[in-house]
Design a protein around this ligand. Structure first.
Ligand SMILES: Cc1cc2nc3c(=O)[nH]c(=O)nc-3n(C[C@H](O)[C@H](O)[C@H](O)COP(=O)(O)OP(=O)(O)OC[C@H]3O[C@@H](n4cnc5c(N)ncnc54)[C@H](O)[C@@H]3O)c2cc1C
Length: 572
C-alpha cells in the first residue's frame, strides 16, 4: 500500500524528487447518503424510511466525481472560487441591479430545486415529508453550503405567506415549482420563483423592532393591500431572488410585506443593491445591502403583526441551520477519517494511533449526536404540521418543535466551528490548504450561528418560548423521560437540568448554560434510546458525566473508539 511504502521501495530513480506516497487516495464516487449510517438509521427511526432510495440517488449524484457536465462537488468549488459580482448600472447609466454568478452556482440551484429541497413538505402528501427533505437537504449540503441559503428561504417563506391566502394562492405554485429560471422577468412568466428575506438594518438586526424602513399604503392598506416602501436593509442575501419578505414600519407598527424584484409589467422594482458584502465565507452566495426607493410591495398578514408573521419563516430557516450544522460536521468527519485511514506517521496509520483515534471518535460522536437531533427535530415539524392541518393549537408536537428548534440551533451551530477546525487539523498542513476543501468548511461554519438569531438571541428565545407556554418545558422533559433509567449519568444530568430552572431571577444570565444542558440532555436521550451502546456510552461519559474535556479528543479511556469511528467512516 502506497501509504506504508518508503521512496526506495517505489523503485524510482535516486534523482526523482516528486514521488507521491503516503497520501490518501481521492474519495471518489461515494453515495453520500447511504454511507452515512447515523443518518440512514435516524431517517428510518423518525419515520421517513421510504425516502431511502431517492436519498441514495441524490447521495450518488452529490458524491459523483466524474459526472458528465461536471459534478456538484466541482460546482461547489467553482462557485466559491468565482464569487458573484454586482453590476448596478448598464453602459448607458440605467440602474440594472444585477448580480452575476458563475454558471456552477446555477447548476447547484437547479439541482436543489429539481430535487425539491425547497418544496417537498408543501407539495407531498407524505406525513414524513419534512424528515425526508431534511435527509436530502443534509446530503446535498455536503457538496456546497452557499446555495442552501436561497433554497432554505424559498422553503421557509411558504408557511409565512399562508398568513395572506390570496398571496399564497398566487405565489405558492411558483415557489414550489421544480424548474429553476434565473432570468429577470416576472415570476408568473417563468412559472417559478426563489425567495429571500430582508429584516436586518444597520442599527439593529436582532432587535428588528428598531427598523426604520417605512411603508405607505397606496390605496387603503391592510393585509394583501399595496404599499410603497422606503428604507434600507443592511443584509439581504440572495438578492437575485424573485421576491422577498420585508419588514417595514406602518402606522400600526412593524409589518411584513411581499416585495417582488421584477414588477408584474416586467419593469424593475425600486429595489436597489448598494454593494455586496465581502464575507468571511459563504463565497458562492451573494449577500447585499439594499435600498428601497419607493418599492412596490403587498402586505402579508395583519398590519403591525410583522414579527409574528415573518417568524413562521424564521422558524423554518432555523430548522435548516440545525440540519446544516449536521451536514458540515458530516463533511468534516468523512474527510478526517478518510485521511487518517490512509496516512502513516511514526510507523502506524493515523487511525491506529491511540490519540488520533480519540480525536476521530470524538468528532464522529458529535456528528452523530447532531444528526440525531436534526432528524428528531424534522419529525417534530412533520407532527406539528399534521396538528395544524387538523386545526389543533399548542399541541405537544408544536410546543416541542418551538422549544427544540431554539435549543438545537443554539447548540449545534455553536459546536460546528470548532468541529470544522478539529477535522481540518486531522489533515495536518494539507487541511489548511484550500484544495483540501477544509478551509471552505471552516469559514462557512460560524455563519449559521449568527444569522436567523445569534447565540444569545437563541438562548433568550428558549426563555421566551418557556414564558409564553410554560407547558413546553413539561413536553420537553417528557421527551427526555423516554430514556429514563437507561443510563444513570443521563438521569442525573436531567435532574440537575430541572434544578437549573429553580431560580428564575438569574435565568437570563445563565441562559446559555441552561440551553446547553437542555441540548446535551436531548442528544443524550436520543442516543441512549437509539444508537449502538458504544456511541451512547461515550456520549454519556464525555458530555453528560464528568469524564470529558473541553476540546475534542478527550474521551475517557475504555470508550469503544474503533466502533464509533467504524460507524461514521466511509469504508474506502
Ligand atoms: C452572511 C450573512 C447573511 C445574512 N443574510 C441576511 C438576510 O438575507 N436577511 C436578513 O434580514 N438578515 C441577514 N443577515 C443578518 C443576520 O440575521 C444578523 O446579522 C443577525 O440577526 C444579528 O443581527 P446584528 O448583525 O444586527 O447584530 P446585533 O443584533 O447587534 O447583535 C450583536 C450581538 O449581540 C447579541 N445580542 C443581541 N441582543 C442581545 C440581548 N438582548 N442580550 C444579549 N445579547 C444580545 C447577539 O447575539 C450578537 O452576538 C445575514 C448575516 C450574515 C452574516
Amino acid at each position: 500500500m502506497a501509504g506504508t511504502m518508503s521512496r526506495a521501495a517505489t523503485g524510482d530513480a535516486p534523482w526523482q524528487t516528486h514521488t507521491v506516497f503516503n497520501q490518501a487516495p481521492p474519495l471518489e464516487n461515494v453515495d453520500v447518503f447511504s454511507t452515512n449510517l447515523p443518518l440512514v438509521e435516524a431517517v428510518e427511526r423518525e419515520g421517513a424510511g421510504s425516502v431511502r432510495e431517492r436519498a441514495s440517488a441524490l447521495g450518488r449524484l452529490i458524491g459523483e466525481t466524474n459526472g458528465v457536465g461536471g459534478s456538484p462537488l466541482e460546482w461547489g468549488r467553482l462557485a466559491n472560487e468565482n464569487k458573484p459580482t454586482l453590476r448596478t448600472h448598464d453602459r448607458y447609466g440605467h440602474r440594472i441591479d444585477e448580480v452575476e454568478f458563475h454558471p456552477a452556482w446555477h447548476q447547484l440551484m437547479r439541482l436543489g430545486v429539481e430535487h425539491e429541497l425547497h418544496s417537498l413538505p408543501w407539495t407531498s402528501e407524505d406525513p414524513s415529508a419534512h424528515t425526508a427533505r431534511a435527509a436530502m437537504y443534509m446530503t446535498a449540503m455536503q457538496a456546497e453550503a452557499g446555495f442552501a441559503c436561497p433554497i432554505t428561504m424559498t422553503f421557509a417563506v411558504v408557511p409565512a405567506l399562508r398568513a395572506q391566502p390570496e398571496l399564497a394562492a398566487e405565489w405558492e405554485p411558483l415557489l414550489t415549482a421544480t424548474t429553476y429560471d434565473p432570468s429577470s422577468i416576472p415570476a408568473a412568466e417563468k412559472g417559478s420563483a426563489i425567495a429571500g428575506m430582508a429584516m436586518t438594518e444597520k442599527q439593529g438586526g436582532s432587535d428588528v423592532r428598531a427598523n426604520t424602513t417605512v411603508a405607505r399604503a397606496l390605496n387603503g392598506g391592510g393585509g394583501g393591500a399595496e404599499y410603497e416602501i422606503v428604507g434600507h436593509k443592511w443584509f439581504c442575501s440572495a438578492p437575485m431572488s424573485d421576491m422577498f419578505l420585508v419588514l417595514a414600519q406602518t402606522d400600526e407598527g412593524l409589518s411584513c410585506f411581499l416585495l417582488p424584484r421584477i414588477l408584474p409589467d416586467g419593469s424593475r422594482n425600486a429595489f436597489h443593491i448598494q454593494r455586496l458584502k465581502d464575507k468571511l465565507g459563504n463565497h458562492s452566495n451573494a449577500s447585499s445591502e439594499v435600498e428601497f426607493h419607493g418599492a412596490w410591495a403587498r402586505m402579508v398578514g395583519e398590519p403591525g403583526r410583522g414579527v409574528p408573521t415573518i417568524i413562521e419563516m424564521v422558524g423554518h430557516t432555523r430548522l435548516d441551520c440545525v440540519i446544516g450544522a449536521a451536514a458540515g460536521m458530516r463533511s468534516g468527519v468523512v474527510s478526517a477519517t478518510h485521511h487518517a485511514a490512509h496516512r502513516n506517521a511514526f510507523g502506524k496509520l493515523l487511525i491506529d494511533q491511540p490519540l488520533m483515534r480519540n480525536v476521530l471518535a470524538d468528532l464522529c460522536l458529535e456528528s452523530e449526536a447532531t444528526t440525531a437531533l436534526a432528524m428528531r427535530l424534522a419529525r417534530a415539524y412533520d407532527e406539528a404540521h399534521a396538528d395544524v392541518e387538523r386545526g389543533e393549537q399548542d399541541s405537544d408536537a408544536q410546543l416541542f418543535k418551538r422549544l427544540a428548534t431554539a435549543v438545537g440551533k443554539f447548540w449545534t451551530c455553536k459546536r460546528a466551528p470548532n468541529h470544522a477546525f478539529e477535522s481540518l487539523e486531522c489533515l495536518g498542513g494539507a487541511g489548511y490548504v484550500e484544495e483540501s476543501g477544509m478551509p471552505r468548511l471552516y469559514r462557512e461554519a460560524p455563519l449559521a450561528s449568527i444569522w436567523e438569531g445569534s447565540g444569545n438571541v437563541m438562548s433568550l428565545d428558549v426563555l421566551r418560548a418557556l414564558t409564553r407556554s410554560p407547558r413546553s418545558l413539561e413536553v420537553f422533559f417528557d421527551e427526555l423521560g423516554q430514556a429514563q433509567g437507561a443510563d444513570a449519568r443521563l438521569d442525573a444530568r436531567v435532574q440537575r437540568l430541572k434544578e437549573q430552572f429553580s431560580d428564575p431571577g438569574t435565568l437570563e444570565q445563565r441562559a446559555r448554560r441552561v440551553v446547553e444542558s437542555m441540548a446535551l440532555c436531548l442528544q443524550g436521550s436520543l442516543l441512549v434510546r437509539s444508537a449502538p451502546a458504544a456511541v451512547a456510552d461515550a456520549f454519556c461519559a464525555a458530555r453528560l458525566g464528568a469524564e470529558g474535556g473541553l476540546e475534542y479528543g478527550t474521551l475517557p479511556a475504555g470508550v469503544d473508539f474503533e466502533g464509533i469511528i467504524a460507524r461514521s467512516r466511509v469504508p474506502v
